[in-house]
Ligand binder design. Structure first.
Ligand SMILES: Cc1cc2nc3c(=O)[nH]c(=O)nc-3n(C[C@H](O)[C@H](O)[C@H](O)COP(=O)(O)O)c2cc1C
Length: 205
């Protein structure tokens, strides 16, 4: 599937086949591909919790305005931003410099810039949201090509998710991507025309 076709065929499926299942190798492959998404400084803010257990999905559904997609999905991917992602980044860069993969001065410069930027929790959350948008789209396009249907979701309570899933407060659930088999063709939604959303070399809307 080429990129244009993937973009034109992906849609948010509101109805998924509740009998579909997904195996561990497929979860791994989808996240491996999603991880190809870019991120600022290559910090890689996105973390993924894939939920396939029916009892756990039922609890998440209660925390998601009772949206049926949560229990009908083969996997509910919870995309979390790491609000302390600059810390493992500094460790990675130190190791890369020690191994001679990057000059020490360059590693120090990048770590200093990243730490200055993202030790501010507002900026860390903003950058996490940006990264998760890209990771989520990569995940959905990979799923599309591999025969899965998907739906991005923000209709859930992140605090309730945290108590159900048990992750630290440092990680914040910013988007869910339900992945499963379609139970119908799904409805394509209209987009604004390019003329309404594009200005070349400036202008107002
Ligand atoms: C960040 C985000 C959050 C969304 N949250 C939900 C949701 O909670 N429930 C839902 O049914 N659809 C949700 N959607 C799907 C949108 O309604 C859908 O993307 C939009 O209507 C365009 O349709 P399409 O994705 O089929 O092109 C969400 C989409 C995005 C990008």
């Amino acid at each position: 599937m080429n990129v244009a076709t993937a973009l034109e065929t992906r849609l948010s499926h509101t109805s998924l086949d509740a009998t579909a299942t997904i195996d561990a190798a497929e979860l791994h492959e989808l996240v491996r591909l999603a991880q190809e998404a870019p991120s600022s400084f290559n910090i890689q803010f996105t973390r993924y919790i894939a939920v396939t257990d029916p009892a756990l999905k039922a609890r998440l559904r209660e925390a998601s305005f009772n949206q049926a997609k949560i229990t009908d999905a083969a996997a509910v991917f919870v995309l979390l931003g790491d609000l302390q992602a600059h810390v493992p980044y500094a460790e990675r860069m130190s190791a890369a410099a020690a191994a001679g993969h990057v000059p020490q001065a360059m590693a120090d410069y990048l770590v200093n810039m990243a730490t200055q930027s993202y030790s501010d929790p507002v900026r860390a959350r903003e950058e996490s949201a940006r990264s998760i948008g890209l990771s989520g789209m990569a995940l959905m396009l990979a799923a599309e090509e591999r025969g899965w249907a998907s739906c991005p979701m923000i209709g859930f309570d992140p605090n309730a998710y945290r108590s159900i899933l048990g992750h630290d407060e440092r990680y914040v659930a910013l988007m869910v991507v339900a992945v499963g088999k379609p139970s119908g063709p799904g409805a394509r939604k209209q987009r604004l025309p390019v003329e309404a959303v594009l200005r070349v070399n400036g202008g107002d809307f």
